[in-house]
Design a protein around this ligand. Structure first.
Ligand SMILES: Cc1cc2nc3c(=O)[nH]c(=O)nc-3n(C[C@H](O)[C@H](O)[C@H](O)COP(=O)(O)O)c2cc1C
Length: 199
């Protein structure tokens, strides 16, 4: 018998691989399949929501710093704020995050200052998770990716909820990583119903 979904939980899966059906996505789908029935899930492929290059206008004039949040940025911002749980589904690229995930994070810097969105206060209390894949059998090479997201969570008073890592290079390889698949079954169990933020 599955336990009921935490009241109000809404998981946003941010797919950051530059290919479809890759190892990180496969592992994330395994983990999501074990979420309690009825848990709200939204899946967004960052490559399908291309963001403009980030321009650092923080110290420009007040007129220059009126970031228009429209198009894909607005879609991603609204999805981000609507979620209680953000899950980066991001393979290791050069020991770090893929560019699409990094660009999405850079845009948080604009969203933090965008009038009327109250981004910082509304991010506080959400949970941040990561599901990754890498070709190296030594999962410690995912440490920079994990560290960046962990520190990001702390900066925004979010809860760092954990990393699920699997080994694989070609799509499908991760299905042979039995340790990762076993870990996926319980990965989201530490979702904490007591610390839900309302979108
Ligand atoms: C641009 C790029 C950089 C990569 N850098 C690393 C790396 O630093 N360490 C590693 O172990 N694997 C690296 N890989 C391999 C991928 O992490 C691996 O193929 C992974 O399974 C891809 O995940 P996906 O199938 O979800 O796209 C890299 C792959 C690409 C395309």
């Amino acid at each position: 018998m599955t336990s009921p979904a935490p009241r109000g939980a809404h998981f946003l899966f941010l797919l950051a691989s530059s290919r479809r059906d890759g190892n990180a996505e496969t592992l994330a789908r395994h983990a999501a399949a074990a979420l309690p029935g009825g848990t709200r899930q939204t899946w967004r492929r960052l490559d399908e929501h291309p963001l403009p290059p980030f321009a650092d206008l923080r110290h420009a004039s007040a007129e220059a710093w009126q970031p228009a949040i429209d198009g894909h940025a607005r879609t991603l911002l609204e999805a981000t704020l609507a979620a209680t749980d953000l899950v980066f589904v991001a393979p290791v690229y050069w020991y770090s995050l893929p560019a699409s995930a990094k660009l999405y994070l850079d845009h948080w810097t604009a969203w933090l200052r965008a009038p009327g969105w109250d981004f910082k206060a509304r991010m506080a209390g959400k949970s941040l998770w990561a599901v990754t894949a890498l070709s190296d059998s030594d999962l410690r090479y995912a440490a920079p990716l994990e560290g960046a997201l962990k520190l990001t969570a702390a900066y925004l008073d979010m809860r760092w909820a954990g990393l699920l890592a699997g080994e694989g290079n070609r799509p499908g390889d991760v299905t042979r990583d039995t340790r990762a698949l076993t870990a996926a079954k319980t990965f989201f169990r530490s979702a904490d119903p007591g610390s839900r933020a309302d979108g």
